[in-house]
Design a protein around this ligand. Structure first.
Ligand code: GLC
Length: 567
């Protein structure tokens, strides 16, 4: 039986049943009052994530954005020592304690593997830069300029702004960086680089980490001939690419930053050699028990994105980011999921998220005309009932929205560069809202970023008290998912016949058990005819707190309501 057909939970790996939670360490909990979150702070809050009872969120794993040593040009995504914890966040001892305390609560720990590039301050780069004949010169990608040396070697753009090449006066060559100039790209074609990184991978696994999130893995290998990218107009149209009518209008410029590049990234992303590397990393992971990986591999075409599952020998999971860019229309979400399910290999296990540290939070994206709270519940229900592992971004469970960051407090280099056209990514990285007090209960000091809006209601303490809060809804959903095998590992099938307009309805089936998820994206009442004959069905949970626990054969959904029922 393949995962697509559904399998009994006892026959699957832990990560296929797990609910994941992403922590941006800088913003979760500050234990020492310096305004920056830290590892001891995270440890204090582990019970909130899972204390083994339904009074906690019940998450099974955490993915940590990087807390390794870094000069923080890109807030930890520029690592200067892969073998140490950044002192802002704590020490190696703190990390070991974090692992121990998380594992004691049955929470697994995924680290962020940021190995497309290092920091400019990494000793490898310092050596590489020191002279053209340094043994580490070829660990990075150095080239003479074109046009007699005056221009960059080719036309590649970096993902943030401008050319992907920066001139180095000292050795009079250009080096390649797919992101900031402070993040030089490693040369993955060099076997010594590969071995050095594989050692890093082993190191944290040996120490007890349960796996990795792979940062921008589609960038690892570059065209060996460094050919120019073709102009944007030459991009291939494909029916697999999310159509414009399903896509959110350009709320989020970061996603569209590719457009100003006006080129197709044919030679600097998605190179065939990258699959080799993922196979190597997979075999390292598989040489230990129970390790996993999730890729941050993005492409316009889901068939390319899916190819990184390999033949069940590359990534264990890969995020499908199209879900974050759907318009608020049932059809857009349905088409998005169906397209992904359609191209995924049988053995592949999906991973979904609605928000992360690079994108505007989901509830800011969809909070038009004050409809955010209803929509937050509907999205939560969808995320936690699709086939695949859900990743919750910290604060999503209390409906946190993006903070408004005044220009003088911007931290993200992208925001600083593109303001006011695009304020950058700080909004979604604002402090976790624990309590309604200055610093949001995140810090006793001055938080490194301003706190988000509507703190009085959007905070953990307040929502813990209210049985009908979003937080308690998340808790119920997560614990329900653990009790209902079809929700964890059942097959997925979306329905078309008889589905009312602007509703997304799908089944999760396992053996004889059939669960229906009915989501009403519209502002109207909708009737779903479950069977022709009179019958009573259990409503296991609804986004509407006061709904009765059963329904007749016609399920009446209120505007924006979602229900999970047993058929
Ligand atoms: C990934 C990270 C992002 C970072 C970039 C460069 O996309 O999620 O935060 O800026 O990689 O490392």
């Amino acid at each position: 039986m393949s995962p697509k057909d559904g399998r009994a939970p006892e026959n699957v790996e832990w990560w296929e049943k797990a609910v994941f939670y992403q922590i941006y360490p800088r913003s979760f909990f500050d234990s020492n009052g310096d305004g920056i979150g830290d590892i001891p702070g995270i440890i204090e809050k582990l019970d909130y994530l899972n204390d083994g009872t339904t009074n906690s969120l019940g998450v099974d794993a955490i993915w940590f954005s990087p807390f390794f040593k870094s000069p923080h040009f890109d807030f930890g995504y520029d690592i200067s020592d892969y073998y140490d914890i950044d002192p802002r966040y704590g020490t190696m001892e703190d990390f070991d304690r974090l692992l121990e305390e998380a594992h004691r609560r049955n929470i697994r720990v995924l680290l962020d593997l940021v190995v497309n590039h290092t920091s400019i301050e990494h000793p490898w780069f310092k050596e590489s830069r020191s002279s053209r004949d340094n043994p580490k010169r070829d660990w990075y990608i150095w080239r003479d300029g074109s046009d007699g040396g005056k221009k960059p070697p080719n036309n590649w753009k970096n993902n943030f702004y401008g050319s992907a090449w920066t001139w180095d006066d000292h050795t009079e060559q250009y080096y390649l960086h797919s992101f900031l100039k402070e993040q030089p790209d490693l040369n993955w074609h060099n076997p010594e680089v590969r071995e050095a990184i594989y050692d890093v991978v082993r190191f944290w696994l040996e120490r007890g980490a349960d796996g990795y999130r792979l940062d921008v893995a589609h960038h690892y290998c570059k065209d060996p001939f460094l050919r120019d990218n073709p102009p944007f107009i030459l991009r291939q149209k494909s029916e697999y690419v999310m159509p414009w009518h399903d896509r959110l209008p350009a709320l989020n410029l970061y996603y569209y930053l590719q457009l100003p590049e006006l080129q197709v990234p044919r030679y600097n992303k998605h190179q065939p050699e990258t699959h080799r590397i993922l196979k190597d990393i997979r075999s390292i992971l598989d040489s230990y028990p129970e390790k996993t990986s999730v890729g941050e591999i993005q492409s316009e075409d889901p068939r390319i994105t899916a190819s990184y599952y390999g033949d069940d020998d590359e990534l264990h999971m890969n995020f499908f980011f199209d879900l974050m860019f759907c318009r608020w229309k049932a059809k857009a979400f349905k088409r998005c999921i169906d397209r992904w399910e359609g191209v995924l290999p049988n053995e592949a296990w999906p991973a979904y998220t609605l928000s992360n540290h690079d994108q505007m939070r989901a509830f800011s994206r969809y909070d038009q005309k004050g409809k955010g709270d209803k929509r937050a519940r509907l999205l939560a229900m969808m995320l936690l009932t699709l086939r695949g592992s859900p990743f919750i971004y910290y604060g999503e469970e209390i409906g946190m929205k993006d903070a408004k960051i005044p220009r003088e407090r911007l931290q993200d280099p992208l925001g600083k560069r593109w303001y006011p056209f695009y304020p950058g990514r700080d909004g979604s990285r604002a402090p976790m809202q624990w309590e309604n007090k200055p610093g949001a209960g995140f810090t006793d000091g001055e938080p490194w970023l301003p706190v988000g809006p509507e703190l009085t209601e959007r905070n953990v303490a307040n929502q813990e008290e209210d049985p009908n809060s979003l937080l308690n809804f998340y808790r119920r959903l997560i614990w329900l998912r653990k009790e209902l095998p079809p929700l964890q590992t059942g097959s997925y099938r979306s329905l078309e016949d008889g589905v009312p307009f602007d509703c997304f309805i799908y089944l999760r089936e396992l053996e004889q058990e059939k669960i229906m998820i009915a989501l009403n994206f519209s502002d109207l009442n909708k009737k779903v005819h479950l069977t022709k004959e009179e019958k009573v069905f259990d409503v296991l949970i609804s986004t509407k707190p006061e709904r009765e626990a059963t329904t007749g054969n016609v399920l009446e959904l209120e505007p924006g309501e979602g229900c999970v029922l047993r058929l």
